[in-house]
Design a protein around this ligand. Structure first.
Ligand SMILES: NC(=O)c1ccc[n+]([C@@H]2O[C@H](COP(=O)([O-])OP(=O)(O)OC[C@H]3O[C@@H](n4cnc5c(N)ncnc54)[C@H](O)[C@@H]3O)[C@@H](O)[C@H]2O)c1
Length: 325
């Protein structure tokens, strides 16, 4: 049985990763501090659900201060997904970004070095490291973060790559805007769906013509598991969804699912937001045999159905959509 340690196990992506790892027969030590980046109860509930499996063991601790060494015994792979995500609050809360993204990553690397340098380390980085670089973003191209969040992820990613030069087996994945069931409350799709279901206006930063390479969470976790299974080390790899669409298009899809028009209000662009993102997936294809499987229509359908159940909506009929994860 494969023994893995997942940091950020109670998070949006981390909890999906744990679900799939458990399905594939892994035994998991999940670490999470249930930080205050959003309602900690939401993270705690996901971890509690995972703990129903005898193969999931939860450690509630902050990576910046925990003695991780004793949990690494017998571990084959560490999936390091813990971090403070989100661009906007990084302008005001940088000390927390520094601790959760930079210090925590340093601690994970150092613990692996001390305990067992053969442990494979897969870490979550972000398309935010590219900033406003020309699309499509290639791994060897310029990195020009435009937010403290982007800088903190770039710094963490560099530590992951440097560690490979010191003999560790590491890989960093640059995730592109991830969506799907359990999405974080600060993220666009969830905010849009919640407001649309409640028949409230949707506030958009900017004119809605900004485009993103949206990636369905199931594709992300498949790629993450694949990165734990190959031996290539010292690489950063883009993981995009292959669905590059504008916010306006996303809103039209939600409108179609809702079956009524939604009240959209456009405002100024937010600091730290970039105009376009798009992943060159050649390296992901070559190294991880990765190609995204979920279309934006399917993916939003699953997220819509999931949040419809969570938030409820008497006025929307249907509900035949299958809730996936
Ligand atoms: N969601 C996206 O679109 C996206 C895009 C690019 C990169 N990422 C990266 O993917 C990872 C997961 O993102 P997410 O959207 O699931 O976020 P999330 O906030 O839902 O999950 C992160 C989890 O890490 C935990 N955590 C944070 N700091 C910790 C610490 N010091 N010690 C222990 N646990 C800690 C949090 O409590 C949380 O449960 C993050 O590293 C994020 O930067 C996410």
């Amino acid at each position: 049985m494969k023994r893995v340690l997942v940091t950020g196990a109670g998070g949006f992506i981390g909890s999906h990763l744990c679900d799939l790892l458990l399905e594939r027969g892994a035994s998991i030590v999940g670490v999470d501090a249930f930080t205050d980046s959003y309602d900690p109860q939401e993270k705690r509930d996901r971890a509690t659900k995972l703990s129903e499996s005898a193969d999931f063991h939860l450690i509630e601790a902050d990576l910046a201060s925990i003695d991780l060494d004793r949990y690494l015994d017998g571990v084959d792979t560490v999936y390091h997904l813990a971090g403070r995500a989100g661009v906007r609050s990084s302008f005001s809360d940088f000390d927390k970004y520094q601790s959760d993204n930079i210090v925590a990553t340093r601690k994970v690397i150092d613990a692996i070095k001390r305990c067992d340098p053969s442990i494979r380390l897969v870490a979550a980085s972000s398309s935010s490291v590219y900033g406003n670089a020309p699309v499509p973003f290639t791994e060897g191209g310029a990195t020009e973060p435009v937010s403290p969040y982007g800088w903190s992820k770039l710094e963490a990613e560099r530590m992951i790559i440097d560690a490979a030069q010191d003999g560790l087996s590491t890989i960093a994945l640059r995730y592109f805007t991830v969506y799907g069931p359990r999405q974080r409350p600060d993220m666009g799709f969830r905010k849009f769906i919640k407001a649309a279901l409640a028949n409230e206006p949707i506030e958009i930063y900017g004119d809605g013509n900004q485009s993103r390479d949206f990636t369905y969470v199931y594709d992300i976790v498949e790629a993450t598991i694949a990165a734990g299974e190959v031996s290539d080390s010292g690489l950063v790899i883009n993981i995009g969804g292959g669905s590059i669409v504008t916010i306006r298009h996303v809103l039209s899809l939600i409108e179609a699912m809702l079956g009524r028009p939604i009240d959209v209000r456009y405002g100024p662009f937010a600091k730290g937001d970039v105009m376009h993102t798009g992943a060159d997936l050649s390296l992901a294809k070559r190294v991880l045999s990765y190609s995204p499987r979920s279309s934006i229509e399917e993916g939003i359908g699953h997220e819509f159905a999931y949040f419809k159940e969570v938030f409820g909506d008497a006025e929307v009929d249907g509900g035949e959509m299958e809730v996936v994860r």
